[in-house]
Design a protein around this ligand. Structure first.
Ligand code: EZ4
Ligand code: CO
Length: 407
């Protein structure tokens, strides 16, 4: 079976998505997600200009060989644009292989290791009453684990907290529509003073059982992260995510030696090499990578098998800026992996789900990819065409003195 056609679909039902569609000479169709929030068109160019011409006529069954061909053959390895493009091809080929086998993809990855994947949602609020309402909404939806983000006294709108401006409400991780990125003001000391009081209040209100997570968005120094990890120990977090900037794995040594709060990192990683120090020195507890940003199922499976030797589990990135195709790919891996930990699940908008028809389910806090052959996602191209690309960017953080900051 050969790859006969390849097409890059760009659509923006609420937010921008890049989808690769592969069609074989036997008429099988596979989809892969190549969405890179705020840099979508770079992946489109990489695919259209440099990858699609290499794919036509290739053996559609040879997934590992195609992965190595695109990764090693390019000479320029790794990087988010390259690896999102490789991921799109890889996932589309797995979709095709599973459809050819007439099985849901997880069967080809070893079959079900569990009944469903424990999901966590994003509760947030500018103050405690808003946050408590948001937690209750998530519990009512069936979530059994929640991420907690709040506003910080003295600061305005902060990233990770649902909010609104000029009457227009936006979601937790906004990527707001505009030609240039909007800016937010950040103050790490104010944040560090505030966060432990929030977790104390949440534990007091909701009790000791509910798994609670928190995302630090790479904003702390190793010392600040160590101090936060320690101060959160009484509240028994499921994890503290992205406490320090992810480029420097050695920073986690300092944090790790000072606190037992579990650590998760990796949503901006794109290769197993990013995890080498973190895994072999057991500096983290959870791998935050996404199938879409790490070179696909082929690559993330290898990262997780490597991590398993060190008792490290998965906690894959699942924001709404990864398309339902990327979400489904993660779910097939979640169900099959032995060292699954938790899956982030923010729920796509109605407009997104009109374009991407999914067969995954969310019941009693557990996600399941469903039993349709392949990934179980179909793309309605007519609906997709009704939502043309519009630029949208994540906010940029500045400190109170105007310096551009990590986030
Ligand atoms: O900032 O997906 O844990 N989740 C997150 C997300 C990311 C966005 C970036 O595109 O941190 O909200
Ligand atoms: Co995050």
């Amino acid at each position: 079976m050969k790859i006969a056609r390849a097409e890059v679909l760009v659509t923006s039902p609420g937010r921008n998505f890049v989808t690769l569609k592969l069609v074989t000479d036997e008429g099988l169709v596979g989809y892969g997600d190549g969405t890179l929030n705020g840099r979508e068109l770079a992946v489109v160019a990489y695919l259209e200009q440099h990858v699609v011409p290499l794919l036509i006529g290739r053996n559609a069954n040879a997934i590992e060989d195609t992965w190595q061909y695109l990764y090693r053959g390019a000479y320029w390895r790794r990087g988010p644009v390259t690896m999102a493009a490789v991921a799109a091809v890889d996932v589309a080929l797995w979709d095709i292989k599973a459809k050819a086998a007439g099985m849901p993809l997880y069967e080809l990855l070893g079959g079900e290791s569990r009944r469903g994947a424990l999901a966590y949602g994003h509760a947030s609020g500018n103050d405690l009453p808003q946050l408590f309402d948001s937690i209750r909404e998530h519990l009512d939806l069936g979530y059994r684990a929640v991420r907690i983000q709040t506003g910080v006294p003295g600061l305005g709108q902060v990233y990770g907290v649902a909010g609104g401006e000029g009457g227009e409400r936006y979601d937790y991780e906004p990527a707001r529509r505009s030609a240039v990125a909007l800016e937010e003001v950040w103050d790490t000391r104010a944040y560090l003073r505030h966060v432990p009081t929030v977790f104390e209040a949440v534990r007091h209100e909701f009790g000791p059982e509910l798994p609670l997570l928190h995302d630090g968005h790479h904003r702390m120094t190793p010392n600040q992260a160590a101090a936060l990890g320690r101060s959160l120990e009484p509240y028994d977090l499921f994890w503290l995510e992205d406490c320090t900037p992810a480029e420097n794995p050695e920073a986690l040594r300092r944090v790790r030696s000072q606190t037992t709060t579990p650590l998760a990192i990796g949503e901006v990683f794109n290769s197993v090499f990013d995890y080498q120090t973190l895994v072999t020195e057991q500096l983290i507890d959870y791998v935050r990578s996404a199938v879409t940003h790490t070179g696909g199922i082929t690559a993330l499976r290898k990262i997780m098998d490597f991590a398993a030797i060190y008792q490290i589990r998965s906690g894959f990135h699942g924001p709404t800026d990864i398309s339902p195709v990327g979400m489904a790919a993660a779910l097939h891996l979640d169900i099959a992996l032995h060292n699954f930990g938790i899956q982030e699940y923010m729920r796509h908008s109605a407009a997104t789900l009109e374009v991407f028809r999914t067969s995954y389910t969310f019941v009693d806090g557990l996600l399941h990819p469903g039993s349709a052959p392949g990934l179980g996602v179909e793309v309605d191209e007519a609906a997709a065409a009704g939502f043309p690309y519009r630029p949208a960017y994540l906010p940029v953080n500045r400190l109170t003195d105007g310096t551009v900051h990590d986030w």
